[in-house]
Write a protein that binds this ligand. Sequence first.
Ligand SMILES: *Cc1c(COP(=O)(O)O)cnc(C)c1O
Length: 355
Amino acid sequence: MTMISFYPGPSRVYDQIPAYVKAAFQAGLLSANHRSKPFMDLSMTTIGLLHKKLAIPKTYRIFFVSSATECWEIIAQSLIRKSSLHVFNGAFGEKWFDYTKRLRPHAEGLRFDPESTVDVSFSTKEAELICITQNETSNGTQVSSALLRKIRKLHPKEIIAVDATSSMAGINLDFRSADVWFASVQKCFGLPSGLALLICSPRAIARANEIGEYEHYNSLSYLNTMMAKWQTTYTPNILGIYLLMCTLKQRPNLSTIHKQTLSRYKKWEAFVKKHNQLQFLIANPAVRSFTVMCLYGPPKRIKQLKTSAENSGFLLGSGYGVLKEMTFRVANFPALRQKEISALMAFLRRALSAS
Ligand SMILES: *Cc1c(COP(=O)(O)O)cnc(C)c1O
């Protein structure tokens, strides 16, 4: 039995992946040098497709890196001289704060209630950079585009960095409302892990150059110098980049995907409403994520549901961190097929009515 992964990352990959891997092998790309023309062509084409398919402004630079975690470190080392402000409500935002503190001990944290929208009028004090997790994968909340635009407006001087790891390529993002965006590809991109994208506005690049930090292989200014030649500072995940290119070609534009994500989310919302043994962890629909659903219940029942789902061919996401026992998570990522979602709903309907 093949398992359908509803885990919110790594998650279901597109069905075409094995064929694309074979094509990469046959094209000789798997042994191509990362300074060669075939690689530079691949890099240029993929970046062009990212701009087009995800509606990333032309003036924003895109870099290939390895993980979202690496992006946390790149931002800390290359874009923060002294202090950043981390506005978060869950485990990923907090982890970003923790990683940053190790490199920049003056980083400040501002925790907000997961049931509430962020109060955007926070004071940044000494912070030169604001860190926001757009989609908090651990509790299934999101910060809306409207709020991000408000934050931009109220804090025009600071560089704003956004972790969109579990939403980028799944929903529309207003890239102009922030300076730095990043995501790894094992979530909404429907790809195997080991590749991430770091997207920077002209202001962010200017800030990096002004700070002039060149101490690391992945210093932002150094990445930027190499990207002028469509290259990376290290041997990148060439296969991952190739798979990204192929899947971007096959994908509709993001606005179409956004509509699908939203309509699937609405179906889940209606489903949960109908089953009173199941609840969203977050009661306030205004802050709920469209791409990661975090469902809540008594620990015994959650455990039982996860096990029987697995026996029926559905891998559900475990709760994250302190939410491990009382929640499970369901990805609403574009690579999942409608019939798989319907099958999971049918399974849950049966399981819930049986108990
Ligand atoms: C998954 C995830 C990460 C970590 O991604 P890696 O690619 O494992 O580094 C960071 N932030 C968020 C919001 C995530 O969902």
